[in-house]
Design a protein. Structure first.
Length: 32
């Protein structure tokens, strides 16, 4: 896990997008 205090806004946005992608992937895998 990245250290939130050291993340710049752009990197934080990318991390949030990655988390959303991971959640979507998990949902897809559990739906099968």
């Amino acid at each position: 896990m990245p250290v939130v205090g050291h993340i710049r806004d752009g990197a934080l946005i990318l991390d949030l997008r990655c988390l959303e992608a991971d959640a979507t992937l998990i949902e897809a895998l559990t739906a099968q």
